[in-house]
Design a protein around this ligand. Structure first.
Ligand SMILES: Nc1ncnc2c1ncn2[C@@H]1O[C@H](COP(=O)(O)OP(=O)(O)O)[C@@H](O)[C@H]1O
Ligand SMILES: Cc1cn([C@H]2C[C@H](O)[C@@H](COP(=O)(O)OP(=O)(O)O)O2)c(=O)[nH]c1=O
Length: 213
């Protein structure tokens, strides 16, 4: 079975960019790589409901932290077989966001920390009940919320398909989210975490070699 490697970080941190670069570096090192991004917009009814709800910004569902977290988890649950198939056919499967996104954003929205009730609920739901494949590693792409916001803003200006949603434009939420990510990484939540400096830049060939052991 191929390794399951999750890329996490704030909106605009550079996850997609890292995923593209790391895919090329892993392939260069001789590995076969597949990728999958969550939410699976356009591919799952739950993800599409997330997108519509985030862009409305408020309302019964958007305001329900547990309701939104359940939708994200249902989207992942529908992808469990696909992830296992990708793992069977590749050396590495790179996931752009996974259960830790739910832990970080739900805890941040509820002003809780990584040892809080909602983070335990996400684990119980996604790991115990939905039995989602356990990752082998997380890569936390760490940038300050200000840098992430600036990058997301620039991307939105350049690409009308990537407009910023209600979570992304909430600066205090992003700040709390960054804190929870650091706590999840320190606790080794769900799998080991490697913290990467998203401003200094990542040495992709070295990272690829480290992942391939
Ligand atoms: N290391 C970097 N330095 C400067 N800009 C970056 C870097 N990585 C990504 N970007 C830019 O920041 C924006 C957000 O990157 P993206 O990979 O889409 O973030 P995410 O997937 O985390 O939301 C994009 O316009 C991208 O080109
Ligand atoms: C996957 C996932 C995302 N989120 C949040 C993080 C983002 O603010 C938002 C949308 O995900 P995002 O990665 O920003 O999608 P895109 O870049 O394609 O717009 O959903 C969760 O709260 N839980 C999750 O499980």
């Amino acid at each position: 079975m191929g390794q399951l490697v999750v890329i996490e970080g704030l909106d605009g941190a550079g996850k997609r960019t890292l995923s593209d670069g790391l895919t090329a570096a892993l392939e260069e090192a001789g590995a076969s790589v597949a990728g999958l991004a969550f939410p699976r917009y356009g591919r799952s009814v739950h993800a599409d409901l997330v997108r519509e709800t985030l862009h409305r910004g408020h309302g019964d569902l958007a305001d329900s932290v547990y309701g939104m977290a359940m939708l994200y988890a249902l989207d992942r649950s529908g992808a469990a077989d696909e992830i296992r198939e990708l793992q069977a056919a590749n050396d590495v499967v790179l996931l752009d966001r996974y259960a830790a996104s739910n832990a970080a954003y739900a805890a941040a929205r509820l002003r809780q920390h990584a040892d809080g009730e909602v983070v335990r609920w996400v684990w119980d739901l996604e790991v115990s009940r939905f039995a989602l494949p356990r990752p082998d590693a997380h890569l936390l792409l760490r940038v300050s919320p200000a840098v992430a916001a600036e990058r997301a803003e620039r991307r939105a200006e350049a690409d009308s398909a990537r407009t910023r949603d209600a979570f992304e434009t909430d600066d205090s939420l992003q700040l709390r989210c960054a804190e929870v990510y650091d706590e999840l990484a320190a606790a080794g939540w769900l799998a080991p975490w490697h913290v990467l400096d998203g401003v200094a830049g990542v040495d992709l060939p070295t990272l690829a070699k480290a992942l391939l052991g």
